[in-house]
Design a protein around this ligand. Structure first.
Ligand code: SF4
Length: 304
């Protein structure tokens, strides 16, 4: 029996023993997606995490996602198999920054992309994901200023779709920054039949080249029902694994081969097994942070 099969068997045994469920983001490596009980984007994972009845959630993603699972289901044990799996965008703003922004713009509503720390979420009015950011902003009173944190690219895309001018924080995703408009235009020439699907974390020049601007969950749904046979994909390349698996007759080209989030690639089968064996690395958050952050996440869940 080869090592991977042994590890998979051990993970399945430990899952039963510990009453655990494995949740994985669409950017995880293929073998992690394959062993997960549920694979999805941030919105889908948040909903799933809040509904889980198992005692233990093994979260294969980055820290802010595991924190979100803990906030939405605080009585569960939430494990992140690699403690260094962080998100540089989430670290671009602190709770202190949010407090200062609110002091500078009293009365403004703070909308926060879920790619943020629990402490930041505890200081905002409402969260959003890339799948529902436009709906969230459209729902806000027209006479109120809006602060949008931390992703300036998602914020500027939301501005273009809602017509609302917002105060944007200067955060961004370093992985999506690898996608440039020139390369996408060149690829379109090479594959004229392909539809271009890009994530709203891309810059506005890339977004202009797109046929569709979608969350990763949106891309999966769109590719499934589209009559197109070829697609150029402008997001982290982990999604291509799932796109290919779900659409065996279709072709998916990454917008370039460098769109790899190193943090999303830290988790593998061995680390999931060790995580279940040793109960590591448990996400623990102060009760007051959970209570406050939960409010902003629960408000977001109305926009599913
Ligand atoms: S892809 Fe970007 S936003 Fe997502 S976890 Fe990696 S660095 Fe953060």
């Amino acid at each position: 029996m080869n090592t991977s099969i042994k590890i998979i068997e051990e993970i399945n045994r430990l899952k039963k023993e510990k009453d655990a469920i494995i949740l994985a983001h669409n950017y995880q490596i293929g073998e992690v997606q394959d062993i997960a009980d549920y694979v999805g984007d941030s919105l889908g994972l948040s909903i799933k995490a809040s509904e889980v009845n198992n005692k233990v959630i093994v979260f294969c993603g980055v820290r802010f996602m595991a924190e979100t699972a803990k906030i939405l289901n605080p009585l569960k044990t939430v494990l992140l198999p690699d403690k260094s799996a962080g998100c540089p965008m989430a670290d671009m703003i602190t709770a202190r920054d949010v407090i200062e922004l609110k002091e500078k713009h009293p009365g403004a509503i703070v909308v926060c992309y879920v790619n943020s720390t629990a402490e930041v979420k505890a200081n905002v009015d409402i969260c959003c994901t890339s799948a529902n950011a436009v709906q969230v902003v459209n729902s806000l009173p027209k006479d109120k200023e809006i602060i949008f944190i931390p992703d300036k690219h998602l914020g500027s895309y939301v501005e273009s779709q809602t017509g609302r001018k917002m105060i944007l924080w200067n955060g961004y995703c370093p992985t999506h920054a690898f996608i440039d408009a020139k390369s996408v235009i060149k690829m379109k020439k090479e594959h004229p039949e392909a539809e271009v699907l890009v994530h709203p974390e891309c810059n506005s020049e890339v977004i202009k080249t797109a046929d569709q601007v979608l969350s990763t969950g949106g891309m999966l749904e769109y590719a499934r029902q589209s009559s197109a046979r070829e697609f150029i994909i402008g997001t982290e390349i982990g999604i291509i694994y799932r796109l290919k698996k779900q659409n065996p007759g279709k072709i998916f080209y990454p917008a370039n081969n460098n769109i790899i989030c190193p943090n999303m690639k830290l988790i593998n089968l061995e680390k999931i097994m060790w995580s279940l064996e040793d109960n590591v690395y448990e996400i623990n958050l102060p009760g007051n942070i959970i209570k406050k952050a939960r409010l902003s996440l629960e408000r977001m869940k109305e926009f599913v």
